[in-house]
Design a protein around this ligand. Structure first.
Ligand SMILES: NC(=O)c1ccc[n+]([C@@H]2O[C@H](COP(=O)([O-])OP(=O)(O)OC[C@H]3O[C@@H](n4cnc5c(N)ncnc54)[C@H](O)[C@@H]3O)[C@@H](O)[C@H]2O)c1
Length: 321
C-alpha cells in the first residue's frame, strides 16, 4: 500500500487545471516538485501554490529532455504524477503532430527521467478517448480492440503502451487512469469554461458544438484527485483504472445549467452539429465508463455526474469574473 504522506512527489503539468488541484491536495502532507511550460495555465493558480514552502516550481518542457535534467538532483522521487499534455482534444484534426510530440515523446521523456532517477512509482493521466466509439457501454478497462478516433486518444494509448513496457523492462510501477470529463475550479478549458466565456461575450446567444445530445460522464476534480491517490495506493502492480461517474450528463443540460448559473433567461441555444451530430471531428458522442473495477478496489466518487457539473459551475463562474 503506497500512502502519499511525507513523500517527495514530482507533478508534471503542475500549473494546469488538474495539476494545480493535485498540488494543492498533496502540499498538505508532502514535498511537491512541479514542472510546467506554461502552455495552458492561469498564473494565479501557481502563485497561490507558491505560498507554501513545500512547493518547488521549475519551468520545464517535457518535449525537451535537457530541461528535465536539472530536476534529477532532487531524485529519486517517491512518486511522479504525469499530467502534462496537450489537452486540446479538438485541435488534433488540424494539428496531429502536437499530440505526437507532447503526449507521446513527452511521456517517453518522463519515463526516461523516472528510469534515470530511479523513481519507481508513476501515475499517468490517460483518457476515455483511448476506447474510441466503444461497442460496450459502460466500457470496462479490459474492453478491446482500442480504436481511438482522435490523435489525442491515440497519443494517450501510446503513452499507456510505453508505461507498460517501461514497467516490464525497468520495474517502474505505473498506475494509468482513464479519466472521464473532469470539471471544477481552476478550469482553463472544457465545456463549462467555454460556455461561461461565450455567454459573457453574448448573454443572449450560446453556440453549442454538436447536436446537443452528446452524453458524457463528468467527474469533479476533487474526486479525480482523491481517486488517483487512493487507487495508486490500492494496487500492487502496474494497472489501469477508469476514473468516472456511472451516470452521464448531456451537453444541452450543461448549456442550461450554465445559463441558469449566470442568472440568464431566454438564451438562444444555437446548435452547430458536425458529422453525425458530433461537436467536432474526433468527438465521441456517448462516453460511459464502467466503474466496477475502482469500486471493487474500494473507491467511488462522492458526487454524481450532474452534481459534479453543478458544483463546477458554482466554482468556475466567480473565478472567471
Ligand atoms: N480535464 C479533463 O477532462 C481530462 C480528461 C482526460 C484526460 N485528461 C488529462 O489529464 C491531464 C491534465 O489535464 P488538464 O485538464 O489539467 O489540462 P491542462 O491543459 O490544464 O494541464 C496540462 C498542463 O500541461 C502543461 N503542458 C503542456 N505541454 C507541456 C510541455 N511540453 N511541457 C510541460 N508542461 C506542458 C500545460 O501548460 C498545462 O499546465 C492531461 O494529461 C490531460 O490529457 C484531462
Amino acid at each position: 500500500m503506497i500512502i502519499l504522506k511525507g513523500k517527495k512527489i514530482l507533478v508534471t503539468g503542475g500549473a494546469g487545471f488538474i495539476g494545480s488541484n493535485m498540488c494543492a491536495r498533496l502540499l498538505v502532507e508532502n514535498e511537491v516538485y512541479a514542472i510546467d511550460n506554461f502552455q495552458n495555465v492561469d498564473i494565479r493558480h501557481v502563485k497561490l501554490l507558491s505560498a507554501s514552502e513545500r512547493f518547488h516550481f521549475t519551468r520545464a518542457d517535457i518535449t525537451d529532455y535537457s530541461t528535465l535534467d536539472p530536476l534529477a538532483k532532487n531524485g529519486p522521487y517517491d512518486t511522479v504524477i504525469h499530467l502534462a499534455a496537450n489537452s486540446d482534444v479538438r485541435g488534433g484534426s488540424v494539428d496531429p503532430l502536437t499530440d505526437l510530440r507532447v503526449n507521446v515523446q513527452g511521456t517517453y521523456n518522463v519515463l526516461e527521467f523516472c528510469r534515470k532517477t530511479d523513481s519507481r512509482n508513476l501515475i499517468f493521466a490517460s483518457s476515455s478517448t483511448v476506447f474510441g466509439e466503444a461497442a460496450v457501454l459502460p466500457t470496462p478497462e479490459d474492453y478491446g480492440p482500442l480504436m481511438p478516433i482522435s490523435t489525442y486518444g491515440a497519443s494517450k494509448l501510446a503513452g499507456e503502451g510505453f508505461i507498460s513496457a517501461f514497467s516490464h523492462y525497468y520495474g517502474i510501477r505505473g498506475t494509468v487512469f482513464r479519466f472521464a470529463n473532469i470539471v471544477g475550479r481552476n478550469s482553463t478549458h472544457g465545456v463549462i469554461f467555454d460556455f461561461i466565456m461565450k455567454l459573457r461575450k453574448n448573454p443572449r446567444d450560446l453556440e453549442v458544438l454538436g447536436d446537443g445530445s452528446q452524453r458524457k460522464s463528468y467527474l469533479h476534480v476533487d474526486d479525480c484527485v482523491e481517486g488517483m491517490i487512493f487507487l495508486n495506493g490500492a494496487s500492487r502492480k502496474t494497472d489501469v483504472y477508469n476514473l468516472a461517474n456511472s451516470d452521464t450528463t448531456s451537453v444541452m443540460d450543461i448549456a442550461r445549467y450554465v445559463s441558469e448559473g449566470l442568472g440568464l433567461k431566454d438564451v438562444n441555444f444555437r446548435l452547430v452539429p458536425g458529422e453525425g451530430g458530433r461537436g467536432w471531428k474526433g468527438d465521441v458522442k456517448l462516453a460511459q465508463l464502467s466503474i466496477e473495477k475502482s469500486m471493487k478496489a474500494g473507491w467511488k466518487s462522492s458526487i454524481s455526474s450532474n452534481e459534479s457539473v453543478l458544483k463546477a459551475i458554482r466554482e468556475v463562474i466567480p473565478q472567471l469574473t
